[in-house]
Design a protein around this ligand. Structure first.
Ligand code: CP
Length: 311
């Protein structure tokens, strides 16, 4: 079976059937990472170039491991050390040169919204958006969905709260699109300056600036980092103020359901949006998200290259 889309640039490229297929395939691949020899020959002879023009720990490493565990030939390019850094080569010229080396898949992270779509117009390879500016991060949303499904045994009808810097968060955008597509209810919280005005209508979500009011009904709480690097101006007084009014710690969850789970896409700023004891505590499934990131990316690479579920 193949995915209906040639590229994964946005959650909107995926049908519900695609999402289900990716999650099923990821579940079947998850076990490979638990083996002593973590490698299958599935993508032998296929070439993947990971183009990380913006910093990353989880996404870059999990794509690299996914490619290696499926035996693809993978290589990496980053901004520093490439001809883009000091010689003035443009993104499009860089991509045209990569294209000339005949990759099968290009994985793109870039600080400009729309960069992955721009690359997709210039290449015959499949393109996966690994995060483009403030736009989207679709593979993160898929691994978040897989982690929720694993923790709760279902996704439809679940109530999810997403709290933090929604304005600058590509994870929030992709999560809202995917969670709504899969029949979940989404409530957004955080400082009014970090929540766009038209969000509720655009994404069909609820807005509750103080998430503590919505907490008793939530099944999942997703906390997001404040993205200082994307803020042109000061949108709240200080990290201390943010932690006081919007940061969540274990004692804030006294009114929550016993089985509420806490998630975070990383990197975590302990003591700002989430306390250390909550991040490391029994409700936290943050590291499960990281583990599932490898499986989801293995599934996407495999399904884009059209080999179906048989191994
Ligand atoms: N979740 C996420 O995108 O993390 P990285 O920036 O480390 O890839």
């Amino acid at each position: 079976m193949r995915l209906s889309a040639r590229h994964i640039l946005s959650v909107n490229d995926l049908t519900k059937k695609d999402v289900t297929l990716i999650l099923q395939t990821a579940a079947s691949f998850r076990e490979i990472s638990e083996r002593p020899i973590k490698k299958v020959p599935t993508l032998r002879g296929r070439t993947v170039i990971n183009c990380f023009f913006e910093d990353s720990t989880r996404t870059r490493l999990s794509f690299e491991l996914a490619e290696k565990r499926l035996s693809a030939d993978s290589t990496n390019i980053s901004k520093s050390g490439s001809a883009m850094a000091k010689k003035g080569e443009t993104l499009l010229d860089t991509v045209r040169n990569l294209e000339a080396m005949r990759p099968d898949i290009l994985v793109i992270r870039h600080n400009q919204a729309g960069a992955a779509a721009q690359v997709a117009r210039e290449t015959s390879a499949h393109v996966i958006n690994a995060g483009d500016g403030m736009h989207e991060h679709p593979t993160q949303a898929l691994l978040d969905l897989m982690t929720i499904n694993e923790a709760k045994g279902r996704t439809k009808g679940l109530k999810v709260g997403i709290v933090g810097d929604i304005l600058h968060s590509r994870v929030a955008r992709s999560d809202m699109l995917l969670f709504r597509k899969m029949g979940m209810e989404v409530t957004i919280g955080g400082p009014p300056t970090l929540i766009p005005m038209c969000l509720a209508e655009t994404f069909d979500v609820k807005v509750c600036h103080d998430i503590r009011e919505a907490l008793p009904k939530l099944d999942v709480l997703m906390l997001l980092r404040v993205q200082r690097e994307r803020q042109g101006e000061q949108l709240f007084p200080s990290s201390r103020e943010y932690a006081r009014y919007f940061g969540i710690q274990s004692r804030d969850l006294e009114s929550a359901k016993d089985d509420l789970v806490v998630m975070h896409p990383g990197p975590v700023n302990r003591g700002v949006e989430i306390s250390a004891e909550l991040a490391d505590g029994p409700r936290s499934i943050i590291l499960n998200q990281v583990t599932n990131g490898v499986a989801v990316r293995m599934a996407i690479l495999y399904l884009l290259l059209g080999e179906g579920l048989k191994q």
